[in-house]
Write a protein that binds this ligand. Structure first.
Ligand SMILES: [Zn+2]
Length: 691
């Protein structure tokens, strides 16, 4: 009876997740269809800098007789102020974030460690909005005022644990095959590629603002506008483009395709002004960014298929204004009017008791500004009435919420894109560290890390911007590169294990006894601490289970009380064997597994089932086996093929089971069996019909 209950729980969990997915697509159907997303990041642009920049704009901007090439202001206030919908928490897994971890959260929805680009805390790559958009056939671009493989742009188009490895990151960005890359050219440090290489890949090179003005729709452009560094906006040369001019050209180049586009724009150097504790620099960059936002706004407002999302990755400098609010800003600029007047003249003012808290980043909340056509709901928790009010500044979401939200608007699924782009094939071949080449064991297929070209049966195959990634000892390739002799029949994913569950109070107890006890019964007794276990009132839970083939046993059950107040004892017959418990916890985490079912192209009677087990924190020592079940036309099981029981002993397991299909097979199903749950078919509708 007990077992049935726990199986039912699993089904309930599956059902809930399927149900909530369908809810999302139902509501999305009633909204306008979003083709284009422009994602704008004022790097380091916290609220104090925003408010100060707004004050400078309100006062008429910088003195143009002194700064003639600065971005021209087209309105005496920040456009962004009309579009505030709330704020975001910017922290990374390292605490106060850097641009790499924050960029990764904004691009992929994954919190990670500082310096990590496009990978989670274990170094596993996750698809970004840009990559998912590219996979869906959209045009893609990045615009930045720092080198194009710097942390923020790289976080949209590259994957590696070190932001400092710009050679590797730039190689990945170049191989992504983006349609637009604008900003600094190739002379920044040890970058991969060159102007000539960009040309040979079909890019038109733009060298100055006049080239940009000529850009035609559909052109692939690569900007070579500055040597290795771009001046702050107010110090631009006459022929150097402003961020607004780059955004204008980028949108023109990207627009005009049926599928739409995704553009990432970074106002990169607000951050530099913050690090330098220099108000003139930071304000110059923030105003230039706001005018670039206006260019995007002019494009989006003329149509109903474009969303602009704006969010800084973090605050830099911790500027302290008089009477700062909870996000560090102060919208009453009369309190710092003298400082504003000095900054307009290019003086890095400290008047009106203005001060800086640090030359580093802070953990202040950042703004979230959005323009969307009517009928688009904002991210959950943020305001659907845009505008910069104290109340809006109190609305908060996490920075990881924006990427999945934007993906949803475009009808994209980041998790699905990750499955397409980054299949962990480490156990399917060997990686040669010297030439960075991965070669499959049983197929004539090899690919070099960071490249988007593979060699298949001696021939070069262009993977169309899908890049192979080597990260933390694991190798990832796009799914289309899985040995071609095997046709991918289907893929299913389900979450199976449960450990951490403070909400429902689910408890897990697992342990290990000598193998010779396999098949015998083990009893679990959970009783109040410091009480007699034979006292009925003291007993919180009692159950019996059969010891597995390998000597392991597991109990999972729900418990409404506080497990901390209880002790657990195990009995083998009358003998107490509590010391066999290897883990007892009221927590659960998910064991993510996916099963890939293949059929050999040349030989219809052969199938292979590959299982990928990931993210299994705290379940080392558990065992699993995989299975293929063959059914006839009447759905009768003809044959069940099981692999050996194996121990889960590494972060990610890729395993497979091959079998010949028995005569009369009409369908095949794949399973993963674990010793802590039932035999669970992976996914619903997971039966593969044999042609
Ligand atoms: Zn910074």
């Amino acid at each position: 009876m007990k077992r049935k209950i726990s199986l039912l729980l699993v089904i309930t969990i599956l059902f809930v997740s399927i149900f909530s997915n369908s809810l999302i697509s139902v509501s999305a159907g009633s909204q306008p269809v979003i083709k284009n997303v422009i994602y704008m990041i004022p790097d380091g642009g916290g609220f104090a800098l925003f408010d100060f920049a707004n004050a400078v704009k309100k006062a008429g901007g910088f003195d143009r007789s002194k700064f003639p090439n600065a971005t021209k202001i087209t309105r005496n206030s920040m456009y962004l102020a009309d579009y505030l919908i709330g704020t975001e928490i910017t922290d990374s897994l390292s605490g106060t974030t850097d641009s790499a971890a924050a960029g990764t959260a904004l691009s992929s929805g994954y919190k990670t460690i500082n310096s990590y680009i496009g990978v989670d805390s274990k170094g596993v790559p996750h698809a970004t909005l840009l990559e998912a958009a590219q996979l869906a056939g959209k045009r893609t671009g990045i615009v930045a005022t720092v080198p194009w493989a710097h942390a923020t742009p790289a976080a949209f188009a590259a994957h590696h644990v070190s932001r400092g490895n710009v050679k590797l990151l730039s190689e990945q960005v170049m191989n992504q095959g983006l349609d637009v890359v604008l900003g600094v050219g190739f002379e920044a440090g040890s970058y991969y590629g060159s102007v000539d290489e960009a040309k040979s890949r079909g890019y038109t090179i733009t060298n100055d603002k006049y080239d940009l003005a000529e850009v035609q729709p559909g052109t692939k452009i690569w900007g070579n506008h500055y040597p290795d560094m771009i001046p702050y906006d107010i110090y631009l040369d006459a022929d150097q483009p402003t961020l607004a001019e780059m955004v204008d050209a980028a949108i023109r180049a990207l627009d005009g395709s049926e599928e739409g586009f995704f553009l990432m724009v970074e106002g990169s150097k607000v951050d530099y002004g913050g690090h330098n504790n220099n108000l003139v620099e930071a304000v110059s960059e923030y105003i230039a960014f706001d005018e670039a936002f206006k260019v995007a706004l002019d494009f989006a407002q003329k149509r109903n298929d474009t969303v602009i999302m704006v969010a800084p990755d973090h605050d830099t400098g911790g500027l302290t204004l008089p009477d700062a609010d909870s996000v560090g800003g102060s919208t009453d600029s009369s309190k710092y009017a003298e400082a504003v007047a000095e900054v307009q003249q290019g003086i890095n003012s400290l008047k009106n008791n203005i001060s800086w808290r640090t030359t580093g980043h802070t953990n202040r909340r950042g703004g979230v500004w959005m323009y969307a056509p009517e009928g688009i709901a904002p991210p959950e928790g943020l305001s659907n009435v845009p505008g910069d009010t104290p109340a809006t500044r109190e609305l908060v979401i996490d920075n990881t919420k924006l990427a999945p939200y934007l993906a949803d608007l475009m009808g994209l699924d980041l998790e699905e894109a990750t499955k397409e782009l980054f299949v962990d094939v480490t156990n399917m071949g060997t990686f040669n560290l010297y030439n960075r080449t991965f070669t499959f064991y049983d197929a004539d297929i090899s690919i070099v890390a960071n490249q988007s070209v593979a060699v298949v049966d001696g021939k070069q195959v262009d993977l169309d911007g899908k890049v192979a990634v080597y990260s933390e000892g694991r190798f990832y390739v796009p799914k289309i590169l899985i040995p071609k002799r095997l046709i991918l029949m289907d893929e299913m994913k389900v979450r199976t294990a449960r450990y951490r569950d403070e909400l429902t109070g689910r408890v897990l107890v697992k342990g290990q006894i000598d193998k010779s006890f396999a098949g015998k019964k083990v009893s679990l007794l959970m009783y109040k601490q410091n009480s007699d276990p034979s006292d009925e009132d003291a007993i919180g839970y009692i159950d019996e289970s059969t010891i597995n083939r390998d000597g392991s046993y597991v109990f999972t059950f729900n418990f409404a009380g506080n497990v901390e107040e209880y002790e657990i004892a195990m009995y083998l017959g009358n003998q107490k064997v509590t010391d066999t418990i290897t883990e007892a916890t009221a927590n659960y985490s998910w064991l993510d597994t996916s099963v890939l079912l293949f059929q050999e192209k040349e030989n219809d009677s052969f199938v292979s089932d590959g299982v990928l087990i990931k993210n299994y924190d705290n379940i080392k020592g558990l065992t699993y086996c995989i299975a293929l079940a063959f059914y006839d036309a009447n759905n009768k099981l003809i044959q069940l093929k099981l692999s050996d029981m194996k121990e889960i002993n590494s972060d990610t397991i890729f395993d497979n089971l091959e079998a010949s299909m028995p005569d009369g097979t009409a369908s095949v199903r794949a399973f993963v069996w674990s010793n802590y749950t039932q035999l669970i078919p992976l996914g619903t509708g997971d039966s593969i019909t044999v042609q």
